[in-house]
Design a protein around this ligand. Structure first.
Ligand code: FAD
Length: 377
């Protein structure tokens, strides 16, 4: 068996042993997922797309994308925690120097360290150029002050990739990225956010109060933080799209099964043409979203110049499909679909979150239309 097939098989084993049996505990009762994350590291799931040089398996991002789809069918929380960790890891790979990569990536690949990506602030999410967190030079260090909001893995992370202004006058070009460690003095983690779904999801605000970081922890050079963040998000959006596909696949499976078990007037509801039509629409849109997400992953693997366009299309479309498909699933379940007794109602709530996280659908449409409109001039 080649390494790729071995990894897919290993990931299925991992899901069967460590996720499926705990799905309700995680996704309904809010069981913390840190131990499962560590196990995922031991199983090599995190290492899949990372370079061999830094302890990764060196496999295509497309392989990780397939694994993310499988994971999110049973736990959106685990998929998103892993996704946020990889997002921060890619920021170091994209923006960091050799020394920084050697220092952090191998431990991140094994899951020994947990990482988090801190860009959003209470007053700005969609327009990152407006962030106000500041990093001011002081002797051999920078002093960071500011507040970040909605930061996934805050509370469990060992390191944060923090975007801060080193030059307030230069907008996006004045943003720099820093590696901040959770043990650094002056960091405090706010109360965990409670979302409409994913009760175990670790996400909170972060306050930086005169946090001193040595020059060594500046990623790349001053002013390159925005570009690093945007390139990193291009990769992260593929993983978010993959999670949305996983949720859609699960909703369809649940709905198709239920439609054959639920009898009305002596017939299964799957024999009604309108239900068959829903199921056909769900299946076609999921397959289309899956192909688009895999195409974006392929673009990433090829280093294609139009990756930002494909990543935005994949994330936009897959999250829209997840909302549509999970809504149809609730409809097929009828009254039971609205109760907590079946998975479809929480899949519907979870799906909505994918339209917001890692850049809203409106922002993805802006990216897509900008690319298209530029191309026709
Ligand atoms: C579950 C979850 C996890 C997250 N994890 C992280 C994380 O790990 N790290 C991190 O940094 N952030 C994280 N975020 C934050 C997320 O990236 C932001 O919520 C998102 O980018 C939107 O920003 P906002 O919430 O400030 O909304 P706003 O920017 O205030 O947007 C409000 C509305 O205005 C629309 N809008 C804004 N600008 C435009 C425009 N130019 N044209 C048209 N419409 C526009 C938006 O689309 C939206 O509908 C997370 C969010 C969620 C929900």
């Amino acid at each position: 068996m080649d390494l790729e097939n071995e990894v897919i098989k290993g990931s299925k084993d991992f899901i069967n042993h460590y996720i499926k049996p705990h799905e309700s505990k995680i996704e309904i009762e809010g069981l913390p997922v840190i131990d499962i994350f560590k196990k995922a590291g031991e199983y090599g799931l995190i290492a899949i797309p990372l370079p061999e040089k830094y302890g990764g398996l060196g496999l295509p991002y497309k392989t990780f994308t397939r694994v993310a789809m499988m994971l999110s069918k049973y736990s959106g929380t685990v998929a998103m925690v892993l996704g946020a960790h990889l997002l921060a890891t890619y920021a170091i790979l994209i923006g960091g120097n050799e020394e920084q990569k050697k220092e952090y990536i191998p431990r991140l690949a094994r899951g020994e360290l947990i990482a988090s990506f801190a860009l959003t602030e209470p007053s700005t999410g969609s327009d990152p150029s407006a962030i106000t967190t500041e990093a001011v030079k002081d002797e051999d260090s920078y002093i960071i002050n500011g507040t970040k909001a909605f930061i996934t893995n805050a509370g469990i992370a060992d390191i944060f990739i923090v975007m801060a202004k080193t030059d307030r006058e230069r907008g996006a070009r004045g943003i720099s990225a820093f590696i901040v460690e959770s043990q650094d003095e002056g960091i405090s983690v706010g109360k965990r956010e409670e979302f409409m779904a994913l009760p175990a999801f670790p996400n909170a605000s972060l306050v930086f109060n005169n946090v001193r970081v040595r020059f060594f922890r500046l990623l790349g050079s001053e002013g390159t933080g925005f570009i690093t963040a945007m390139k990193t998000l291009d990769i992260g959006r593929i993983a978010t799209g993959a999670s949305a596909v996983g949720v859609s696949q699960r909703a369809l499976e649940e709905a198709a099964k239920y439609s054959q078990e639920r009898y009305i007037s002596g017939r299964p509801i799957s024999s009604f043409e309108i239900i068959q039509s829903y199921i056909a629409d769900m299946a076609v849109s999921i397959e289309t979203a899956k192909l688009l997400v895999l195409e974006a992953a392929q673009k990433r693997d090829e280093g294609a110049g139009d990756l930002p366009l494909y990543a935005a299309m994949a994330k936009y479309y897959a999250s829209k499909v997840a909302v549509d498909v999970s809504r149809y699933a609730v409809q097929i379940f009828g009254g039971y679909g609205c109760t907590k007794g079946y998975a479809v109602e929480r899949l519907y709530r979870e799906a909505k979150m994918y339209e917001i996280v890692e850049g809203t659908s409106e922002i993805q449409k802006l990216i897509i239309s900008n690319h298209i409109l530029k191309g026709v001039h």
